[in-house]
Structures are given as structure tokens and as C-alpha cells.
Design a binder for this molecule. Structure first.
Ligand code: ADP
Ligand code: MG
Length: 452
């Protein structure tokens, strides 16, 4: 199938061709006709399958007719994070370059003066995070009664971030005869409930198993001790030929510490997590996209759904606590048909978590053969343990040094480590959650430039 078979306008086809796409992805082929027919839609497809264009393309053609009225956006797209919102805006610019559409971006952490001005003039598309939108709504700055289309993107992420109540409220502010599109990688029960409540007679389209992982990604587990992680990582990074890598940690503090340590070790590193303000997050992302740095240390909230081309490696420095996060993390590589490698560090404490991951994706992940790197990690462990006995005592990994060291020295363990305790959760404020803080009025959408 070609894009031309989808009945898109010539202007749109030109923009799509210039973006370098010849064929629609399966989810695009399935979803676009439904959107064009004005149906409500539930679209489920794993991350990296092109869900964004599934709604952006038909929306552009629909919006080409008619014009915006003051304070009343014609369509609304909800995104869970600032980065995803900015990315969708970028998609509108790319595909809508031959259309004259107006857009506003309402995201936390950036001033909003110009966005509010744009809204007052009237916009065709409003792209927003739920928290920021609610805030503006409560200030009476915006009317959603003219919104004829609502897109709830990355719905499972919205759920993780606690945005479902906000979304429910937002849904009640829109006209009931609107068209509603819901996109998600997975369909947990609360999302199903949301869809039942706010979509009318929706068409469901689904490609591949929910939460199944991309076949272009080679996945490996790496047995390691908590103390051996850093040296192992450094060795692995040295061992990869010219990597562009994202390293995920479960805690924000770990993101910061690890980025510093890697910097000291001479790598071109940056970090991204929910404690950074929006301009710095976007700036770091741009540096990574542009290749100024080739290693990005990230937390889940900051990097989920991000579309960065050419990521060769994803390393889960910590086994994620939520199996869904695993799928989203490794989905940062192997995008748009490219191949990628995903490594997950597994300590004795992660046995349960990695089992949940394997259950979700429906396959066992093989153990890596990283002999040299692993042996190095073993060496590094001893002096560290000797240096500070008190820390060593507190560190679970060093409680049975001979046992764990031996396990780490084996390049490819045949069996998984034995279960000890379930993974402990970090203190709440160290976890990266929704932080859609209002920082006052802000620069216009046009200040966001993603051109390279
Ligand atoms: P998702 O939302 O499903 O995670 P995205 O919409 O972010 O995925 O798209 C993933 C990547 O695929 C992006 O780099 C996008 O530019 C690319 N892409 C989208 N549609 C196509 C297509 N038809 N052909 C090739 N690449 C595409
Ligand atoms: Mg997406």
C-alpha cells in the first residue's frame, strides 16, 4: 500500500514524500481511513510503529477546511509529557508544511504568554499535557466547546502518570458529538474503562500483540551486582562501536550521579529527567539528536515515547519496576526499521521484576555473553567493598561476596539468579512522576525549533 491509496490530499502527500516515507506503517494503514470516516477510534500498537502520523495526517486534511475561532481550539491532542507534546507539534510542522494551520502548545515548565495569545486568536490544533490544560481551563482562558476532535495519545502512559481523572474532566468539557481517538501501546483495564465511558461506538484497530517487543531489537540480560554496574557499563560502552546510547535508571538521583560519573570517565554524556526544567530538557535532547553527545542517561518519564533516530543501544542500568516501562525503554532503539540492541542489568534483587517483563513480552530474554566486561566488573568489586566496610555491609550485593562474584564472572549464566527479596521501591519523591508545574507565562510555540 502507498500513502496515495489513503485518499490524503496532494499537499499532504508531498510533505509525506519529503519526510522520506514511502508506505504507511500497518497502524497508519488501519487507523487513517477510520479517522477520515469520522469514527471514534481505539488504536493499539507497540511503541515506534508510527502512531503519531496515524492521527496527525488525517487531522491536517480535516482541518484544512474551516477556520479557527477566538479562544476555541478546533481540535485537542493530549500528551503525557512535554517532550511528547513537543514531538507531536514537530510532526504537525513537518507534515503540515503546505497547509496554513495554527497551533498552540501548552506544556508545563515553560512560560506561556505567547501560547495564551495564540489561543485567544484561535488555533486549529491545541497540543497539551493534561495538568497544564486544566490549569488554564480553571483560569477561564480557554473554551473547549468548539473542539470537534480529541486525541488521547499514549493512554497507558497517561495512566501511569495519574492523569486519568484530569482526562475525564477534560472530556466533559468537550462537546459530546466530537470525534475521539485513543492511542496506546497497551490496553490496561482502566484505559478500557475510560474508552467505554468517553468514546462512542469506537472502531478498534490493533497491530501486533500489545506490549510485544519489536523484532528489530536484540534483547539481552546481563547478570551483574549492584556494585559492579558502573564498571560494567563503562566497559560495555567502550566495547560498542560508535554507539548512540540511552541509559535508563529507575531513580532521578541515579540519573544525575551516573551522568556525572560517565562524564568523568570521558564520555560525551547528558542527562534528562523530570527534575530539570523544560528548556534544559529540550536543550539536552537537541544535543543528543544533533550528535553533540552520544550517551543520554534518562529516567522513564523523560524519555518514554521519545522519537530519536539512530539510537543504537538501550541499556537498562536498572531493571525497570514496571514491565510496561521495559517495552517503552527498549522501544527507543530499533525505530523505523533500524536494528538496535537492548541490554538489561539484572541483579539478584531484580529476579521478580525481570520475570514480570518476560511474562508481559511473552518470551524469555537470553543472557548476554559479555565475558570481558563482566570479568572487569568482578575485579572492580573487591576494592570497592574493602574501601568502605560500613557501606559494604549495607549493600545487599556484597553480603555474599563469593557467591555473587562468581555469578558475575560467568559470562552467560544458564539459569536465572535465585529470587531473594522483591525489588524495593525508591522513596516517592525520587521517582520520576508527572510534574507539570506551572512556571508562569511563556515563549510561543514558534520558539521551539527542532530543525537541525
Ligand atoms: P509511536 O507513537 O507508535 O511510538 P512514532 O509516531 O513516534 O511511533 O513513530 C516512530 C518513528 O517512525 C518515527 O521516527 C517516525 O518518523 C517514523 N515513521 C512514521 N511513519 C513512518 C512511515 N510510514 N515510514 C517510515 N517511518 C515512519
Ligand atoms: Mg507515540
Amino acid at each position: 500500500m502507498h500513502f496515495a491509496d489513503l485518499g490524503l490530499s496532494d499537499e499532504l502527500l508531498r510533505a509525506v514524500t519529503e519526510a522520506g516515507y514511502s508506505e504507511p506503517t500497518p497502524i497508519q494503514a488501519a487507523a487513517i481511513p477510520q479517522v477520515q470516516m469520522m469514527r471514534d477510534l481505539i488504536a493499539i500498537a507497540q511503541t515506534g510503529t508510527g502512531k503519531t502520523a496515524s492521527f496527525v495526517l488525517p487531522m491536517i486534511d480535516i482541518l484544512a477546511h474551516g477556520r479557527a475561532r477566538a479562544r476555541m481550539p478546533r481540535t485537542l491532542i493530549l500528551e503525557p509529557t512535554r517532550e511528547l507534546a513537543a514531538q507531536v507539534a514537530e510532526n504537525f510542522e513537518k507534515y503540515g508544511k503546505y497547509h496554513k494551520l495554527s497551533m498552540a502548545l501548552l506544556i508545563g515548565g515553560v512560560q506561556m504568554g505567547d501560547q495564551v495569545k495564540a489561543l485567544e486568536k484561535g488555533v486549529d490544533v491545541l497540543i497539551a499535557t493534561p495538568g497544564r490544560l486544566m490549569d488554564l481551563f480553571e483560569r477561564g482562558k480557554i473554551l473547549l466547546t468548539g473542539c470537534t476532535m480529541l486525541v488521547i495519545d499514549e493512554a497507558d502512559r497517561m495512566l501511569d502518570m495519574g492523569f486519568i481523572p484530569d482526562i475525564e474532566t477534560i472530556c466533559t468539557k468537550l462537546p459530546t458529538n466530537r470525534q475521539t481517538l485513543l492511542f496506546s501501546a497497551t490496553m490496561p483495564p482502566p484505559i478500557k474503562k475510560l474508552a467505554d465511558k468517553f468514546l462512542s461506538n469506537p472502531k478498534s484497530v490493533e497491530v501486533a500483540r500489545p506490549a510485544s517487543a519489536n523484532i528489530n531489537i536484540t534483547q539481552r540480560l546481563v547478570k551483574v551486582t549492584e556494585r559492579g554496574k558502573r564498571d560494567l557499563l563503562v566497559d560495555m560502552l567502550h566495547g560498542f562501536a560508535d554507539p548512540t546510547a540511552i541509559i535508563f535508571c529507575n531513580r532521578k538521583t541515579m540519573v544525575r550521579d551516573l551522568a556525572k560519573q560517565l562524564q568523568r570517565a570521558g564520555f560525551a554524556v547528558s542527562e534528562i529527567h523530570g527534575d530539570m526544567d523544560q528548556p534544559s530538557r529540550l536543550k539536552e535532547l537537541e544535543r543528543f539528536k544533533a550528535g553533540d553527545i552520544n550517551i543520554l542517561v534518562a529516567s522513564d518519564v523523560a524519555a518514554r515515547g521519545l522519537d530519536i533516530k539512530g539510537v543504537s543501544h538501550v541499556i537498562n542500568y536498572d531493571t525497570p519496576w514496571h514491565p510496561d516501562d521495559y517495552v517503552h525503554r527498549i522501544g527507543r532503539t530499533g525505530r523505523a526499521g533500524a536494528k538496535g540492541d537492548a541490554y538489561t542489568f539484572v541483579t539478584d534483587k531484580d529476579v521478580e521484576a525481570i520475570e514480570s517483563v518476560q511474562k508481559l513480552i511473552g518470551t524469555k530474554i537470553d543472557w548476554a555473553q559479555i565475558g570481558d566486561a563482566v570479568r572487569h566488573a568482578e575485579k572492580a568489586e573487591k576494592p570497592a567493598a574493602a574501601r568502605d566496610k560500613r557501606t559494604a555491609k549495607r549493600d545487599d550485593a556484597s553480603r555474599a561476596p563469593s557467591k555473587t562474584t562468581k555469578a558475575a564472572a560467568t559470562p552467560a549464566p544458564k539459569s536465572e539468579p535465585k529470587a531473594t527479596k522483591p525489588a524495593k521501591r525508591a522513596p516517592k519523591d525520587d521517582l520520576d512522576g508527572p510534574d507539570d508545574g506551572w512556571n508562569g507565562p511563556m515563549p510561543g510555540f514558534l520558539d521551539f525549533r527542532f530543525d537541525r
